[in-house]
Design a protein around this ligand. Structure first.
Ligand SMILES: [Zn+2]
Length: 303
């Protein structure tokens, strides 16, 4: 069990597949199926959260219908790995390249929406795991975008080198820094724990003459075993996220914000379902409850 939890920790930290582009989720030992927490009518375990986030190999690589979320913000990712396009009059911002094998799929989704991939001027990242940032070098090659990375994630990003390509790092940013292009400003909030530089981005978007706060959440999923240093980071991060203004919650995996259910409502017409301040912090609440349950379990096991 000790050995298994060590491996589970590794798997959790690496986001399951950063071990290598060819390593599938199924080949890695999944995180444990305990403890469990029940929130908002659902029961979660570390294993069920990871499986909800990642889906199948096919889910990870199949484009989800590219769509407008709100204002100038669009979804261009796969069924289970988020990638967002933020359009400005001076070029566009892409958030998360996901796996390198998905970059061409993301490019197609961008074009399907009527935009040019070559107009991506800035590439941002959510956190230094392969399922979110492995494709950075290829996006940089294809677009020449400037790549901004959170300082605390730099060491982990340097280790993500598909095909031996160096990870592009053009600008190193810190907690509270902003990135601006064409009248759009995004603020980087360090919300560490899942990785050392896990970044929650915030911005605003306009719709129907109103301004809405948009929060691109970073995963707050705790590893199978939590060290005291990582625990401290999570405690701070939960406080940070709770205090952020939010009308539209997004996340590095669409399941974190129920994208598919919301998108189904878009098709049905009516008010924009992505504007949902009441549920903006649900994912953080689930993650915090799980984090506390894992710590509890660790303490009881005398670890
Ligand atoms: Zn991750």
């Amino acid at each position: 069990m000790r050995k298994l939890s060590g491996l589970a920790l590794l798997t959790g930290m690496l986001g399951a597949t950063a071990l290598g582009a060819g390593v599938s989720l199924a080949q890695n030992p999944p995180p444990p199926d305990h403890p469990s927490v029940s929130m908002f009518g659902q029961t979660y375990t570390p294993r069920s959260v990871l499986s909800r986030n990642m889906g199948t190999e096919e889910d990870q690589t199949t484009a989800f219908t590219p769509h407008k979320i709100i204002g100038n913000i669009y979804y261009v990712g796969t069924r289970t790995l988020s990638s967002f396009l933020i359009v400005t009059p001076q070029g566009n911002i892409l958030m998360d390249s996901t796996y390198e094998r998905n970059v061409n799929t993301i490019e197609k989704s961008v074009e399907q929406l009527g935009f040019k991939f070559s107009d991506v001027k800035i590439l941002l990242g959510n956190h230094a795991h392969g399922d979110h940032q492995e494709g950075d070098a290829m996006v940089k090659q294809k677009t020449g975008a400037t790549v901004y990375v959170m300082a605390e994630d730099v060491p982990a990003l340097r280790d993500i080198k598909p095909g031996g390509k160096e990870h592009p790092i053009d600008k190193v940013i810190h907690d509270g820094d902003t990135v601006s292009l064409g009248g759009v400003t995004l603020t980087a909030h360090l919300t560490a724990g899942h990785t050392r530089g896990c970044t929650t981005w915030t911005t605003t978007a306009q719709e129907g003459g109103r301004t809405y706060n948009v929060m691109f959440g970073c995963s707050l999923r705790a590893p199978g075993a939590v060290s005291p240093a990582i625990a401290q980071e999570f405690v701070r991060s939960f406080q940070v996220v709770k205090a952020l203004p939010c009308d539209v919650q997004l996340g590095d995996h669409p399941a974190q914000y129920n994208m598919q259910a919301k998108f189904a409502k878009v098709k049905a017409g009516g008010p924009n379902p992505f504007i949902d301040p009441a549920t903006c912090k649900n994912e953080a609440a689930i993650s915090e409850a799980m984090f506390k349950a894992i710590l509890d379990e660790q303490q009881k096991a005398g670890k």
